[in-house]
Design a protein around this ligand. Structure first.
Ligand code: PEP
Ligand code: MG
Length: 755
């Protein structure tokens, strides 16, 4: 027969009692004992036990009311063992009428738990990570009611915060408890934006401060929550109606948002949490951490994707709660390292650039928004750090090593010292590069090498002058589209291109038309899922099949040029027909502008990017049609070696400093020289001194690169004898090795080239 529900419905007063117990003075053990006693009494449970996770992963009985006291600090369960281990593993409650009959039950005679059948255990969750388990037990076989489960979860949340957040508690008795990670750790990830930084962790989704967990007025709090939910629902409904100018909005995603926003389960959980005494913000956190724990473990990519939607929805709700529908700004310390799961287009730009020294992300990809913006702002950024958010606490000291692609959490002093030494060397080198800014890049034997900058956002333009670049060799126009919330219209595009040309101040700028598709997906454009997106409907293929977008872009480029030179090139051209068709579109747009009396470009240069290997064997047909070409080695290598450039498992398997890659590059350069077609390299390799050295040796004299590469590459050029380099590299082209990197390095050293 079911037992009656808890005597005091709703844990409001209980939460206060727990807080008082935990924050009272006295030994930690006494405070935990008091907390479990209070919970047991309030829940009408015969047993209430608290298990906490040790650094080893074991769950240890830390306090109990009802079980044998001798078992405290004696009973330990290894990871995944027993019902408590199961709860940690699942990250959600276990509600059993007859616990000893459960297959995961692990009998521990010292606890004296034989007489108890009913069992309810909930995880103590912090940021989706279980740091312990709270259990209540009763003799009679019964299933605990839903609101009891809900109450215990709320209690567990507050208890988790109290245990984890109390600095004084973390000493002494709880020292070895894995409440909050406190040991030094090193996580391996992927470098998104180069550089080094040391600073203080700032969580992008900052936890609700402990003192703001509990509300004083549940009715007012409920009203606040309801208003925020209503505002959120309206916002999502409007998105569905397309009132925010979403062109072909990704229907499925917004539909999912809507489903969640209106879902009764979600709403009810939030309301329950508020009614029981949490603030609205704490309620969102509670429900969020439960979702994270359950859905986050799902293997199914579809489900994991839905977790993203939920996370976004929670963020939106928190923003509505903050009052103005905008983001809650955090005060940044002077040397902030931002920690996030992932960052949206505008997120980084919202932080104070002067204080933001580095970024660590759990997810993302080099080509993601966060990576793009971090590189543009030259903020060191490492991504794909699995488990990051669980391992770092707000305020922890952290190192961003975006040279090796690693993060050091709570680093040891010697690691910090070593890093500081490396940072000093970097600063010194930067100062040297700055001194070289106005020195033209000539090799020792007098060959002029043009060093140009790759750009894509308005923020890039600020550093153009600082770098000493001779122009912009690749302006990736799709970046503007990727960081926008909706499709940039004609005026917005024209404005950006005008700003770029003005910032260049007469120096050449090569605009690349939209390179979308593949991994560059726009949230507001409907895209079909493709089995092989890198080989799919992307770049110029999209532009030719759906010409409206490309035409609009060309029109905006011509308008921005206003009688200046227009240099435009097309990405991923794979056949001469494609280039011919794309070039014809430029001519049509120029004729269109002329018919309307608008100024035509003073000079028109139309080029192709060489990224598809097919063109290498059709250069004789292509080059006469082009005014210039630019080799996109990032894509060219990915296609030549059939290795996805964004997939860390395969991206490093090949080396552009290898006979096949160098021979292909030489073939292109030779053909261009013969036909008199200007050629540049604009892939990342152009910005790495050793690889740029090989390119110069092959005959290339225009290199376009990320801004950070210009100083080091110029230093290399100034120290290089091109003729000697050519002879040396020529000798490696016939090599039988998979990589000739070490030989190129030896050659550079022999020739005293600074690499
Ligand atoms: C390339 O592929 O080398 C290139 C420069 O273009 P993106 O990196 O934008 O694909
Ligand atoms: Mg490319």
């Amino acid at each position: 027969m079911p037992m009656p529900g808890p005597a005091i419905r709703g844990p409001r007063s209980l939460l206060r009692q727990i807080r008082e117990a935990m924050e009272s003075g006295g030994p930690v053990q006494a405070r935990l004992d008091m907390a479990v006693r209070t919970i047991a009494r309030s829940m009408v449970a015969e047993v209430c036990s608290l298990y906490l996770r040790r650094g080893s992963g074991d769950l240890e009985l830390f306090a109990t009311e009802g079980l044998s006291r001798e078992a405290v600090h004696v009973t330990r369960l290894g990871p995944g063992i027993g019902l408590v281990g199961e709860i940690v593993k699942l990250g959600r409650p276990l509600n059993l009428s007859d616990a000893p009959n459960h297959p995961a039950f692990s009998y521990r005679p010292e606890t004296g738990e034989d007489p108890y059948h009913a069992f309810l255990g909930v995880p103590l969750l912090r940021g989706g990570r279980a740091i312990g388990v709270l259990v209540v037990q009763n003799r009679t076989e019964r299933i605990y009611a839903d609101d009891e489960v809900e109450d215990l979860q709320i209690i567990a949340m507050v208890l988790a915060e109290m245990v984890a957040g109390g600095e004084r508690l973390a000493e002494g008795a709880l020292k070895d408890v894995e409440i909050a990670p406190h040991k030094p750790e090193r996580l391996k990830g992927v470098r998104f934006a180069e550089g080094l930084a040391y600073g203080v962790a700032v969580l992008h989704e900052a936890p609700v401060p402990r003192e703001q967990l509990l509300s004083d007025d549940a009715t007012a709090e409920e009203a606040r929550l309801k208003d925020a939910i209503a505002a959120l629902q309206t916002q999502i409904d409007e998105m569905m109606d397309g009132q925010h100018g979403l062109v072909g909005a990704s229907f499925e995603v917004i539909e999912t948002y809507r489903m969640f926003a209106h879902s009764r389960g979600w709403n009810r959980s939030l309301e329950e949490a508020v009614r029981s005494g949490l603030t609205a913000e704490a309620a969102v956190e509670r429900v969020r951490s439960e979702h994270r724990a359950t859905v986050g473990q799902a293997r199914d990519p579809y489900l994991r994707e839905r977790l993203h939607d939920l996370e976004d929805l929670n963020d939106r709700l928190l923003r509505h709660l903050s009052g103005d529908g905008g983001r809650v700004h955090q005060e940044l310390p002077d040397n902030a390292i931002l920690i996030a799961r992932n960052l949206g287009p505008a997120d980084i730009l919202e932080y104070d650039r002067g204080r933001l020294k580095g970024i660590l992300l759990e997810e993302g990809s080099v080509a993601s928004h966060a990576g793009i913006v971090a590189r543009a702002l030259e903020i060191p950024c490492v991504g794909r750090l699995s488990g990051l958010r669980d391992r770092v606490n707000q305020g922890d000291p952290v190192i961003v090593d975006a040279e090796s692609g690693e993060a050091y959490l709570r680093p040891r002093l010697d690691v910090v010292e070593a890093l500081k030494a490396r940072m000093a060397v970097r600063d010194q080198r930067r100062a040297e590069f700055a001194r070289l800014r106005d020195t033209p890049a000539f090799t020792r034997d007098g060959a002029k090498i043009s060093l140009l900058m790759n750009a894509g956002l308005a923020v890039d333009l600020d550093i153009l002058a600082e770098t000493g670049a001779e122009g912009i060799g690749l302006f990736r126009t799709e970046f503007q589209f990727m960081v926008a919330e909706e499709l940039p219209r004609f005026n917005a595009q024209t404005q950006l291109y005008t700003r770029v040309l003005e910032a260049a101040n007469g120096m050449p700028v090569t605009f690349r038309t939209l390179d979308l598709g593949g991994d560059k997906i726009l949230p507001y454009l409907e895209a079909e899922r493709e089995d092989n997106p890198a080989l799919g409907w992307r770049a110029i293929r999209m532009g030719l099949d759906r010409p409206a977008l490309l035409r609009l872009q060309l029109r905006a480029l011509i308008a921005a040029t206003r009688g200046r030179e227009l240099r435009v090139m097309f990405p991923l051209v794979a056949s001469v027909e494609e280039f011919r068709a794309a070039r014809a579109m430029v001519d049509v747009e120029i004729a269109w502008a002329e018919r309307r009396g608008r100024p035509a470009p003073s000079q028109l240069r139309v080029g192709a990017m060489i990224e598809a290997p097919s063109l290498i064997w059709h250069l004789d047909a292509l080059l006469p049609m082009t005014d210039f070409v630019s080799v996109g080695t990032n894509d060219l290598m990915q296609y030549m070696f059939a290795a996805d450039r964004g997939n860390p498992r395969v991206a490093d398997r090949y080396d552009p400093l290898s006979p096949p890659a160098l021979r292909a590059l030489k073939t292109i350069q030779d053909a261009c020289a013969e036909s008199g077609t200007p050629v540049s390299v604009c892939g990342e390799m152009a910005g790495r001194p050793i690889e740029a050295f090989a390119l110069i040796a092959l005959g290339y004299d225009q290199l376009s690169m990320p801004p950070g590469g210009i100083g080091p590459v110029k230093q290399m050029v100034l120290s290089c004898d091109r003729e000697a380099a050519r002879r040396g590299v020529d000798g490696l082209l016939k090599g039988t090795e998979g990589s000739v990197r070490s030989q190129v390095e030896t050659l550079a050293r022999k020739l005293s080239v600074v690499i």
